[in-house]
Design a protein around this ligand. Structure first.
Ligand SMILES: [Zn+2]
Ligand SMILES: [Zn+2]
Length: 337
């Protein structure tokens, strides 16, 4: 079989490898689609923290279950996706029903080899049924589940204003699930093209370009002076995160989905007088994956909107570098295996 190995930053190699043997506790998937995400691009660039090489990238996956190996309720040949956050099952987070933030987490394609391969072994408990959806749709469940998880963390209520900072693929997923929760959404970014995508393809009513507009004034106008009761950062930019505190309404929640390496600073009196809540949102759980799949089946999310680039498995090494260039307008590149 073939696999694509990131040998070192900047070098992807398409090569022949032995097909893995099926091991106890693991099922085997014939991979059919791999969605490419920021993590993969940063790993390729060499800017992803704590990343070791060589590594097979890819965690947004769908395929055919060729060997269920006793996975309860799963049948040979069925179409599946996976929850790519392989958890330990025994740590405090796992015991408390939060496997998404397991203390010993192994993310597929990050800490352990991932899906840019024809055959992949995955823990049986990571399998998710995909019947009724296409391979493309299923490969988009994971990035959307990250958005769904953040909306559940924020406990978004119908009718409230949610400000989403950052309109990349994760930000767009957050907007989709804020919309499903009945929120009024304000999309903010510094990229005009991305904001136009929000307005034209996702029907977002309010868009703000942070580089050209007076953000506090626009927010006050849109919310009739209240300001947003939920602010979600999907940029992972320290400057954007520090700036987000001032946009919160009194009593608001601020949820960090994007991650960066620095220390956050905030004005304690400003934070305190709002009785604000700050929380992070990491990965997603099975509940979120199921919410995304159910929403896709009801037609509430149109995953095909996101796919801007498509490439065959044996051509990936030629194209991958170009997806880093913002001028190419990549939202989601999809690899067909
Ligand atoms: Zn991803
Ligand atoms: Zn754990």
């Amino acid at each position: 079989m073939h696999a694509i190995v990131c040998e070192e930053p900047g070098r992807l190699v398409f090569k022949e490898q032995a097909k893995p043997e099926v091991k106890e506790g693991y099922a085997q998937i014939r991979i059919r689609r791999i969605g490419v995400c920021g993590t993969d691009l940063h790993a390729f660039e060499g800017t992803q923290p704590y990343f070791t090489y060589p590594r097979i990238l890819g965690h947004e996956l769908s395929g055919e279950l060729v060997e269920p190996n006793g996975a309860p309720g799963f049948e040979k040949g069925e179409i599946v996706t996976i929850i790519p956050y392989f958890n330990c099952g025994v740590c405090i987070a796992c015991r408390w029903g939060k496997p998404n933030c397991c203390a010993q987490i192994n993310v597929c394609g990050v800490h352990v080899d991932g899906g840019m391969t024809e055959y992949l072994n995955v823990p049986i408990h990571s399998l998710v049924h995909g019947d009724g959806l296409s391979y493309d749709e299923l490969a988009l469940v994971e990035p959307l589940a990250i958005g769904a998880h953040s909306i559940r963390r924020a406990n978004v209520k119908s009718g409230e204003f949610v400000l989403v900072i950052g309109a990349g693929p994760i930000g767009l997923g957050i907007m989709e699930f804020a919309h499903i929760a009945g929120a009024k959404i304000i999309a903010m970014d510094l990229n005009t093209k991305r904001l136009e995508f929000c307005r034209d393809r996702l029907n977002i009513d309010h868009i703000i370009n942070v580089s050209t507009e007076d953000v506090p004034e626009r927010l006050a106008t849109i919310t009739k002076g209240d300001m947003p009761t939920v602010v979600i950062d999907a940029t992972g930019s320290l400057k954007a995160i520090n700036g987000g505190f001032q946009y919160m309404a009194h009593g608001a929640r601020y949820i960090l989905v994007g991650l960066q390496k620095g220390d956050i600073t905030l004005s304690h009196p400003e934070f305190h007088k709002r009785e604000a809540t700050l929380m992070s949102s990491r990965n997603a759980t099975r509940e979120d994956f199921e919410h995304v799949i159910a929403s896709m089946k009801k037609g509430l999310v149109q995953p095909s909107n996101y796919i801007t680039h498509r490439v065959q498995f044996d051509k990936v090494t030629n194209e991958f570098k170009s997806w880093l260039d913002p001028a190419n307008g990549v939202i989601k590149a999809m690899i067909e295996v």
